[in-house]
Design a protein around this ligand. Structure first.
Ligand code: UDP
Ligand code: MG
Length: 327
């Protein structure tokens, strides 16, 4: 696909990754268009089909036929949200800023004007921060807040804001820097934060999903958390070192005590249970630390393969020229 004319670049791009979102897409497009129209800037909507198994691609086609501001990117299979988002950002042509948003209307498009207003004040990264987390169980809320606390402690220097998802606005220069990060294990919130530049939060109320199903379960959230931690800190590797040190120290003290007691009182040989406990404990600790090392090693292995991030099946740029006003 050739890169379209410089003259046809919109000021704003909205990027939306979609996985099985056929049901909500038309409603999403309607609500978004209303909001974007009111902004009075030229804009495009970049829809990424992340290997949906429902009608999403066909629905996208219909939207693009009817609205020349809609650009489509079709991935060859499901690559996951982070990569779908990256594909969309790669194809965003905005000269001013790009907005990242979910298709399920959990991120209300009505917040976009506020993001844009802050961007116009010269802020590069405007992230939407959830005021409340509606429609989520207390368990999900508790684990999410624990995660942000942990990563806040560990990921020194890179400050990952709590309670903000991917819903945000990036200036063109922030986007360009972000696009230089081509790692395969993409913890987007962390990457956004890594880029730096002036950033500010805008508060909003997150709605429950409008339709369809969340593709997240606790297992994928757990993996997401591991991704975040391994991507931004090597502290777990250090923990292994200090854990080993502490255990070795305890063993020396314990051994000394055993020797002392044998010399002073003879040796009544107590101890199958304590022996078993120590062996099992140490075995567990060793396997766990090996696992931690494995997490990092696996990521190194994945990164060194140096595969492309995604495979495109189809691309349809927006046809801004088709809109009857100068762009
Ligand atoms: N998504 C995607 N690929 C995936 C999973 C999700 O592109 O493999 C998209 C999905 O269509 C939605 C956004 O990512 O636009 C957020 O997904 P979801 O609503 O399932 O996550 P949650 O809101 O529960 O965090
Ligand atoms: Mg959602």
């Amino acid at each position: 696909m050739s890169f379209p004319l410089e003259a046809a670049r919109p000021v704003l791009s909205v990027v939306v990754p979609c996985f099985n979102e056929a049901e909500v897409l038309p409603a999403f497009h309607a609500r978004l268009s209303a909001v974007m129209e009111a902004l009075g800037e030229t804009w495009e909507l970049v829809c990424v089909n992340d290997g949906s198994r429902d009608d999403t691609w066909r629905v996208m086609g219909t939207l693009a036929d009817a609205d020349p501001r809609v650009a489509l990117v079709d991935l060859s299979r499901n690559f996951g949200k982070e990569i779908a988002l990256t594909a969309g950002l790669d194809h965003a042509r905005a000269s001013g800023a790009v907005v990242v948003i979910d298709a399920d209307l959990q991120d209300p498009p009505e917040v976009i004007p506020e993001l844009v207003a802050v961007w116009r004040e010269g802020i590069d990264m405007v992230y939407a921060r959830r005021r409340v987390r509606d429609g989520e169980s207390w368990f999900k809320r508790a684990t999410a807040s624990a995660f942000y606390r942990v990563i806040g402690r560990l990921g020194h220097k890179v400050e990952i804001p709590a309670d903000s998802g991917d819903f945000r606005l990036l200036s063109r220069r922030a986007l360009d820097e972000l696009l230089r990060l081509r790692e395969h294990h993409r913890f987007m919130k962390g990457l956004f934060a890594w880029v730096g530049f002036p950033s500010r939060a805008v508060l909003y109320d997150r709605a429950p999903r409008a339709a369809g199903q969340t593709s997240w379960n606790y297992w994928s959230l757990w993996n997401f958390a591991i991704e975040g931690i391994t991507g931004f800190t090597v502290v777990p590797l250090k923990i292994a070192t200090y854990l080993g040190l502490a255990v070795a120290l305890a063993a020396i003290l314990f051994g000394g005590q055993l020797i002392g007691r044998t010399l002073l009182f003879g040796n009544p040989v107590p101890g199958y249970p304590s022996l078993m406990a120590v062996v099992l404990f140490l075995g567990g600790v060793q396997l766990m630390t090996l696992g931690v090392i494995g997490e990092y090693l696996g990521r190194i292995s994945n990164e060194t393969k140096n595969r492309p991030l995604y495979v495109l099946q189809d691309v349809r740029p927006a046809r801004l020229e088709a809109i009857g006003r100068p762009v």
